[in-house]
Design a protein. Sequence first.
Length: 363
Amino acid sequence: MTDSAPARAGSSDGAAGTETPDKSGQQQQADQAVAERLARAGERVRGVLDEVARCFVGPREVPERIVTCLLARGHVLLEGVPGVAKTTLIRAFANAIGASFKRIQFTPDLLPSDITGTYVLSPREGGFSLRKGPVFAHVVLGDEINRAPAKTQSALLEAMQESQVTIDGESHQLEQPFFVLATQNPIEQEGTYPLPEAQVDRFLMRIVVGYPSIADELKIIRTYSTAAPEARPVLSPEEVLWLQSRTAEVFVDDEIYAYAVALATYTRTHPRVALGASPRGSLGLVLAARANALVRGRHYVIPDDMKRLAASVLAHRLVLTPEADAEGITREAIVEEALERVPYRRSESRGEPTHGQAVSGRG
Ligand SMILES: Nc1ncnc2c1ncn2[C@@H]1O[C@H](COP(=O)(O)OP(=O)(O)OP(=O)(O)O)[C@@H](O)[C@H]1O
Ligand SMILES: [Mg+2]
């Protein structure tokens, strides 16, 4: 699945596949070392995807996005109707990276301390001892996060943001890596507390698990009506930390940065968008593209990485106007429109990208 693309694609001189001639031999060697290291890193990650694929039958794109988020140190909003193997997938993923895994079922009566933990009287130790909550795990699946009131949701969201929790005024560091996936029940809205926009913005990606194809569904029911396979560890949490640090070595051209900003700006100035993508969104897109390049064994980001990930990273952050809702325009369609109209290089631009009348009326 390694993309064949020119080295340093998108460099402004357009010299595809060749190193710039004025580079010193030492610099070239260093570049070569980075490229080889990142290629090895990519291989390790793809080993995880192969292991997960034994347990989760479906498009590889779904676990690929999840591992991309993990490497980018982001968190995931996971969506899908009941029974499409969200839990199965995350459990397999946690096993494959040798990580501890906890699932939290959010309910209306769940308290913040049910997530973080509490001090309990321990007569044997003659005092209070900490009973750690389920947030003390590498991989935390928060199921139906919209069923709990805001205060309880915040306990998890703060942990995501700060990688630590405060229990009775004392701070406690969480496990590293720390990776949260939250599901929202999309069907029953009654008596739920949908995440406010400010909270949704904190998730790097929204990933949708859809229904399987007919062939995949047949494979699922054949496999799972006997013994369900279990994923074996092919990485360790320490290796995940090493992989996360490698993403900083992935090369990003200035044109790529400019492209991220242009895409975010397009959403912000769109007449059907009330709240566009924040700088956290454009930053997230670059972080995700870096991590995804690594997953694909490449040491540089190409525009296709940005295009592949833009909807997952940006769409959930948008708030559309009531007109857009009435016209049936989706957030994904706005991002698609941005990808169609914003040129990758300004030099290729024939004037400023303009917004269509409405998404449905483009062309
Ligand atoms: N794509 C799939 N690959 C492998 N197993 C699947 C797949 N889809 C469904 N299954 C099987 O269906 C069952 C339900 O899966 P699981 O509990 O993971 O779903 P879920 O999305 O977490 O559901 P819920 O929203 O109710 O929590 C499991 O036995 C799982 O193995
Ligand atoms: Mg589940």
